[in-house]
Design a protein around this ligand. Structure first.
Ligand code: C2O
Length: 533
């Protein structure tokens, strides 16, 4: 194991990833931001220089932060924000966390404005089951994209005029790139010139591992490469029994690794990320939902691909043998749970200690008509400058209603969460600090003891979709002291309060103590005039 040190400068500037210039926030002047790539077991140190004129914080999505809960990056839960113009150092281990992960800002909605990047924890040769399964690898970051900064979009969203409809993306990007038709740009005076597509240069007859990350604010995507099958080998860091598909639905916050073999005709092919626009609020938009990248076989020249559609489009019944062809509308749902099983089997977590049903809902406030998201009729509006972890460690445990806390005090408790989503819209739910088991997922209501569960070697991941008018059931074991966020990864819904937190093993957490420099962050207090959303 090695110590890996990264220096990051966070700045505010303008950029035109798809040819349309807009304000952005960047780490080290890059979008997507710098990649963290280390070996499993390495120790990571990230030194942040916050050169913004607002606070910030960073989260390491996919890492369980065992032993380092105060570096998980959620203001209001496990740290205070990093004040403007100051430095802060994150430091954490990566044991047992091999996989395709990502990092993003977790202060307000800053990640939508550009503070995202890949975080690859490479498995060690002696334990990597796929060491000989591929020759090379590429990172593919897919994201929705907006032509305005988050500030004005939020003002609109959080006004009565939005009717509770989330901002609609203007485009999508693959590795921070795509084209845009400037004749449709809104408002028409935005500087616009032809953008570029992401290019993937592949050698014929080789096997490429694509590490696909959806860093969207909201949109799910269906990923495919024309005339090629994809062998799915990893979901959110969990190695899988490989399955063949022709396309993979990937929701905001999720990751998949697929192996693609370049054994097709020597020509160029489209890589497609089809945005699940049917899962987004139904508002008129100029959006072209098919985001394209180009796969160029060496020797095929630079001609634009002429390939058409996915490998073998058409509906196939769920549960049928591979390759499977998720219909385009299935971008709103996860890959069929029953097809995905970890390569390293683990029994279902039993017996249950807690089972909580969480009902998701949205309401517009009767008074100001502003939309709020509720988990069991509580909407989160925690104060970023009064993090739960600090309250906890001061032993003056103040749990306020608007902090939406659930406490788990028994070490090893098995917690089940039943997400009950009777409302419209799907929600990719992410739990910090854990890799959970996905026990059930489907349409309608979950009935304990009646709805069939995925009891044999269930999928383990950290972000699972709760389908529109449906349910998802997850389980995890309370063995990681910390304050862990559970929230919808549609970033707009985080703002409306579709967030809660687990205070896990508070006694053990208190015994760990809080590093001095983390505590010090809170001493500065909120900047003058600071007003949380
Ligand atoms: Cu990727 Cu709390 O987030």
């Amino acid at each position: 194991p090695r110590n890996r040190i990264f220096f990051w400068k966070v700045t505010s500037t303008t950029l035109a990833p798809d040819g349309v210039t807009r304000p952005v926030l960047l780490v080290n002047d890059k979008y997507p931001g710098p990649k963290i790539e280390v070996n499993r077991g390495d120790y990571i140190t990230v030194i942040i220089e916050n050169a913004l004129d607002v606070p910030t914080s960073f989260h390491w999505h996919g890492l369980t932060m065992r032993g380092d809960p105060w570096y998980d990056g959620v203001p209001g839960m496990n740290q205070c924000p990093i004040p403007a113009g100051t430095n802060f150092t994150y430091a954490f281990g990566t044991d047992n966390m091999a996989g395709t992960h990502w990092w993003h800002a977790h202060f307000e909605n800053q990640y939508i404005d550009g503070l995202v990047g890949a975080m690859i924890i490479r498995d060690l040769p002696e334990t990597d089951p796929f060491l000989h399964a591929y020759d090379e690898e590429r990172i593919v970051i897919i994201s929705d994209w907006y032509h305005q900064a988050t500030g004005p979009l939020l003002t609109q969203y959080l006004s009565p005029a939005s009717n509770g409809f989330e901002p609609v993306p203007n485009n999508g990007l693959i590795n921070g790139k795509h084209t845009f038709d400037c004749s449709t740009v809104q408002p028409t005076d935005l500087p616009c010139k032809q953008g570029e597509r992401a290019l993937f240069h592949f050698l014929p007859n080789r096997r490429y591992r694509l590490r696909i990350i959806n860093s969207s604010a909201a949109a799910p995507f269906m990923f495919s490469i024309d005339e090629h099958q994809l062998q799915v080998i990893e979901a959110d860091g969990t190695d899988l029994n490989p399955i063949m598909v022709d396309s993979v639905p990937i929701n905001a916050g999720q990751r998949y690794s697929v192996i693609v073999t370049t054994n097709q005709e020597l020509k160029n092919y489209w890589m497609r990320a089809e945005m699940g626009t049917s899962c987004l609020p139904n508002t008129t938009t100029n959006l072209n939902p098919v985001i394209l990248g180009e796969v160029r076989y060496r020797g095929a020249g630079k001609a634009e691909p002429t390939s058409k559609g996915r490998f073998n489009p058409g509906p196939v019944a769920k549960g049928e043998d591979a390759p499977v062809n998720p219909a385009f509308t299935d971008a709103c749902e996860d890959l069929d749970l029953y097809m995905l099983h970890p390569l390293k089997p683990e029994p279902i977590l039993e017996p249950l200690t807690h089972s909580v049903q969480i009902k998701l809902s949205f309401k517009r406030d009767a008074h100001d008509k502003v939309v709020r998201g509720y988990m069991n009729d509580i909407t989160y509006s925690g104060d970023p400058w009064r993090p739960t972890i600090a309250q906890n460690l001061n032993e003056s445990v103040i749990y306020e209603v608007d902090q939406h806390v659930m406490k788990i005090e028994k070490p090893g408790a098995i917690v089940q969460i039943i997400f009950d989503n009777s409302g419209g819209g799907e929600h990719p739910f992410h739990l910090h600090g854990h890799v959970f088991q996905v026990i059930a997922q489907g349409d309608g209501r979950y009935v304990e003891g009646k709805t069939p569960i995925n009891a044999v070697n269930p999928l383990r991941r950290d972000t699972a979709t709760v389908p529109q008018n449906g349910f998802t059931v997850i389980r995890f074991k309370a063995d990681n002291p910390g304050v862990w966020a559970l929230h919808c990864h549609i970033e707009w819904h985080v703002t409306t309060g579709l967030v809660m937190q687990f205070v896990e093993l508070p006694k053990e957490l208190r015994a760990m103590g809080i590093p001095k420099h983390v505590g010090r962050l809170c001493e500065t207090g909120p900047p003058k005039g600071f007003k949380p959303d």
